[in-house]
Ligand binder design. Structure first.
Ligand SMILES: Nc1ncnc2c1ncn2[C@@H]1O[C@H](COP(=O)(O)OP(=O)(O)OP(=O)(O)O)[C@@H](O)[C@H]1O
Length: 897
């Protein structure tokens, strides 16, 4: 059973503090500072630690202290020794890690969950993108995360777990401890959208209140009728002062500012539902005690700490008066100013004792605590803090928490009989932290301010992980040395323990006392198994596995102190700008589905470092080299993180560039092919034109009358050239057979060419020499193609139609001519036969196509049929009909191909 202590009596920690020679920091004028009694940590600690497992811890006073009867001089030394001994022997309690699996929400896309509960305490995480065959689907980056792992927790809460049950199992023991004089820390950790805020604050539906409102309910249910008069208030980490009347006044509501009220009206509309969901749990308390309950709400944003219950006012000196018009607001947004608060080491005078490490905790200087006397009042304060959090932009542009929100409840407990003795007061605190989402920025395309935010979020979470890691390894080493007491001196081991890097981030700096001091730590891991962030969630799981291996009862690690020389401060911290103005847009959907937006400018002033910091408060680091190395590690990690992000961006850009280049190349190839196709078509057309010209000049195209004249003329000229006749006669049969094989009248350079020349000479005589030379030229142009066998023409040349028409019509014509003239061996007759054959061939083709009206194959002399466009251009007239020849059709086909 706990009893009260009296100032200056027994050497409990509280009484020892009262004898401290170090003066506490100067309190505000008119306020008397008193050191409150703290959760015991001296000789009674071992007992306390043991009883903690049952959830209760008796208070200690000098009467029941083992040191009570020792002389004063020995008391401090005795306390120190006891403390040192205790630090080695006390029962430790690991950080409790609870996993809460978020249910699937109706409006979200459904996918395979990658997490499966195995038991009440373990889950298996499997990368569903991994097919199990050893090959994974293509990822942007090869993941270092194993595709399947089993993780253990203190308890696993399934998606259907209700808020009340969750609260009872995870937080109620902490509330019990709080009312019993113990400190406690609870933080929710998880990626964005995993349910942290829902767990801490709650939802909108019935019975959906989170652990924070339930904690407030249980506290006020339990202390009903046990409220003190609130003459004293908590200050710093462990101090107590006489209360100021302003502590009882709630902070100014931002809506008291008319312009802000206009902007924020709709955001305050849901404050009426505060009392709907009330947790009825009551903890039975000793009715000899009185309690005063104090509440604060801070946020760590961009590595700065802000008071969310500080008054929000518009800085009219710097901003212009906004108008209700939205565009005008955009042009002249409201300018709100807030100041970052300094995190200071707790003065030794407030500390557990003067012996050293107990004073290592830090507090947020200037953070206001408000006294609350009812759950509704406390909830209203929390709501106000949330509103400020929203106003100051951390929730403005997206629905994601970009800051770490910390609500701290402090309880001053005193015996009814010692109302006037502040040193008899006990002070305990419980902090509930809603951590910012631990997402990896590459998945959210974060840039600019958001990138900086994300960097700081990740930094603070990373440092928290580092602290856990170091604490765990320190504790392991210490445990080993205790297990083998003969081998190494435990004091040497303690000296060699690594420094825990709490001060490397504001979050850990503020929370360090919970880890190194006396308090229970609970970690809630929130997970959304339908989220695509398997890798991120794996990191969360690993973090929780690490946390579970850390014990929090014993202060066994050296704690770094703040350095006096500002130049020695962390480069990361000093790189922060002194005053930052951010533009904030608050948007919400009104009940009538209309979007309402408010535009604000937030000026964030840096914390003011007071020059008058006492030496005691501003110790030199224990080991500057270690400190510098931590800075270096942190810096390197940040750079690695940034480099990773740059890599992802570069990769995305490269992919886009390659795509563009491929597209350009494809277009180029397409263009080249179409050009080649066009030139091929033109070439073919030219060839065809040349042949038509040639045939025309040879008189093979035209009216039958003209053809007859030409034939006759040829016959005449044939008689003159007797010598050649023989040649023709000799070659006639072979020429015929050649012609029967040849696809074209122009086929072959050798014999056929000679034959053609001779024929041309005979047909046209010397007068037609120009035409002949043109034919020669064309024949040469055609080159080797003309030497090709018939079959090749089929594929590559426009002579093909003629070649296809080859032997049969040719022979028939041949015979006809031979019959009519009766001179097979006559060269002129041969030439005439060739001309006739060609003409007959053309006529037959036309006939085949039924292109002539009468189907007789050219009985109407008045019609000239020109088979291509150029011929039409040259010879066209009103009486000329253009009919696409077979060759033209073939050309079209080629084009398509
Ligand atoms: N246990 C639950 N039951 C029902 N709904 C839930 C539960 N947990 C979360 N939700 C819903 O899921 C959504 C996301 O939850 P919440 O906002 O709490 O995520 P968060 O982790 O806080 O995200 P952020 O870090 O981005 O702030 C909300 O709509 C919330 O109401």
């Amino acid at each position: 059973m706990a009893t009260r202590s009296k100032v200056g009596a027994a050497p409990t920690r509280a009484s020892t503090r009262t004898k401290t020679p170090n003066p506490p920091p100067t309190p505000p004028t008119g306020i008397k500072t008193i050191r409150a009694r703290l959760p015991s940590k001296t000789t009674a600690q071992a007992e306390v630690s043991k009883t903690r497992t049952t959830g209760r811890k008796p208070l200690v006073n000098r009467a029941n202290s083992p040191d009570a009867k020792l002389p004063a001089a020995k008391k401090v030394a005795g306390t120190r020794q006891a403390r040192a001994d205790h630090s080695l022997t006390a029962e430790r309690e690991p950080v409790m890690a609870y996993l809460r699996i978020r249910p699937h929400l109706g409006d979200e896309p459904m996918s395979m969950p990658y997490l499966a509960p195995l038991s009440d305490t373990s889950v298996q995480m499997t990368d569903i993108s991994h097919d199990g065959s050893g090959s994974s689907k293509p990822h942007i980056r090869v993941s270092t995360v194993t595709p399947s792992s089993i993780y253990k927790f203190s308890h696993v809460f399934l998606p259907e777990t209700q808020q009340a049950e969750f609260f009872a199992k995870t937080t109620l023991p902490l509330v019990r401890d709080l009312l019993d004089g113990q400190n406690g820390l609870l933080f929710a950790y998880g990626v964005t959208n995993s349910g942290k805020t829902y767990t801490i604050q709650g939802g909108n539906g019935p019975d959906s209140a989170g652990i924070l409102p339930r904690t407030l309910d249980v506290i006020f249910n339990s202390v009903e009728g046990l409220h003190s008069d609130g003459r004293f208030r908590p200050v710093r980490l462990y101090g107590v002062e006489e209360a100021d009347p302003s502590d009882f006044l709630p902070p100014t509501d931002p809506t008291d500012e008319p312009r802000l009220a206009e902007v924020l009206a709709e955001h305050l509309s849901d404050t009426d539902d505060i009392d709907i969901d009330i947790d009825p749990t009551i903890i039975k308390l000793d009715r000899n005690y009185e309690y005063s309950i104090w509440i604060s709400y801070a946020e760590v944003y961009n590595e700065k700490v802000y008071d969310l219950l500080a008054e929000v006012t518009e800085d009219t000196s710097r901003s212009q008066i906004p108008r209700s018009n939205t565009n005008a607001q955009l042009a002249h947004p409201l300018l709100l100013t807030r100041k970052a608060l300094t995190v200071k080491p707790s003065p030794a005078s407030d500390a557990l004792d003067e012996s050293g490490p107990g004073s290592a905790g830090k507090y947020i200087a200037g953070l206001r605590y408000f006294r609350v006397t009812g759950a509704a009042q406390a909830k209203a304060l929390v709501k106000l803090g949330q509103l400020h959090r929203r106003v100051f932009g951390t929730l403005a542009n997206s629905q994601s928490s970009r800051s770490h929100g910390m609500v701290t409840i402090k309880i001053l407990r005193g015996h009814r009989g010692d109302r006037d003795d502040p040193s008899s007061l006990q002070i305990s605190r419980l902090t509930l932290v809603d951590l910012a989402g631990s997402e990896r920025t590459k998945h959210t395309q974060t840039t600019g301010d958001r990138l900086k935010e994300a960097g700081n979020i990740n930094k603070s979470l990373m440092v928290l992980g580092q602290c856990m890691e170091v604490m765990r390894s320190n504790q392991k080493r210490l445990a080993q040395s205790l297990a083998n007491p003969g081998r190494t001196d435990t004091r040497d081991v303690k000296r060699a323990l690594a420094v825990v890097p709490f001060r490397h981030s504001k979050l850990t700096e503020v929370l360090m006392d919970y880890f190194v001091g006396d308090g229970r730590v609970v970690m809630i891991v929130n997970i959304n198994p339908y989220d695509t962030g398997f890798e991120e969630n794996s990191h969360v799981m690993k973090f929780s596995a690490l946390a579970r291996e850390v014990s929090t009862t014993v202060n066994n690690a050296p704690v770094p102190r703040v350095q006096t020389n500002p130049s020695k401060r962390s480069t990361v911290g000093s790189a922060l700008p002194r005053a930052v103005t951010r533009k904030v847009t608050i948007s919400s959907l009104l009940p009538n589905k209309k979007l309402s937006e408010a535009h604000l400018e937030v000026l964030e002033e840096d914390e003011v470092r007071e020059d008058g910091v006492s030496e005691e408060e501003d110790d030199e680091p224990i080991n500057p080299l270690v400190d510098a190395l931590f800075d270096e590690i942190e810096d390197l990690r940040l750079r690695l993180y940034e480099a990773e992000m740059r890599c992802v961006i570069v990769e995305a850009e490269t992919r886009e560039d390659v795509m563009k280049e491929m597209e350009a190349r494809m277009r180029e190839i397409e263009k080249t092919y179409s050009q080649r196709l066009m030139s091929e078509v033109e070439r073919n057309e030219r060839k065809m034109d040349a042949k038509i010209d040639m045939l025309h000049q040879a008189g093979l195209i035209g009216s039958p009358q003209k053809r007859r004249e030409l034939v006759e003329e040829g016959e005449k000229s044939g008689e003159i050239e007797d010598e050649n006749v023989e040649i023709i006669e000799d070659s006639d049969e072979s020429a015929l057979s050649e012609a029967s094989r040849s696809s074209s009248p122009l086929d072959g350079k050798g014999k056929a060419k000679t034959q053609l020349e001779l024929t041309s000479n005979r047909m046209l005589g010397e007068t037609n020499s120009s035409a002949q030379s043109e034919i020669e030229q064309m024949t040469e142009e055609e080159g080797s193609v003309e030497d090709d066998p018939i079959t090749e023409y089929d594929e590559s040349d426009d002579y093909a139609p003629l070649a296809k028409a080859k032997s049969r019509p040719f022979k028939m014509a041949d015979k006809a001519v031979a019959k009519g003239k009766g001179k097979v061996g006559n060269p002129t007759a041969g030439t005439g036969r060739r001309s006739t054959r060609t003409v007959s061939l053309l006529e037959k083709q036309i006939k085949d196509l039924s292109l002539l009206e009468d189907g007789t194959g050219g009985t109407d002399d008045s019609v000239t049929i020109l088979p291509n466009r150029k011929a039409r251009a040259v010879y066209g007239g009103p009486d000329v009909v253009f009919v696409p020849g077979k060759g033209d059709l073939d050309t079209t086909k080629k084009k398509k191909r």
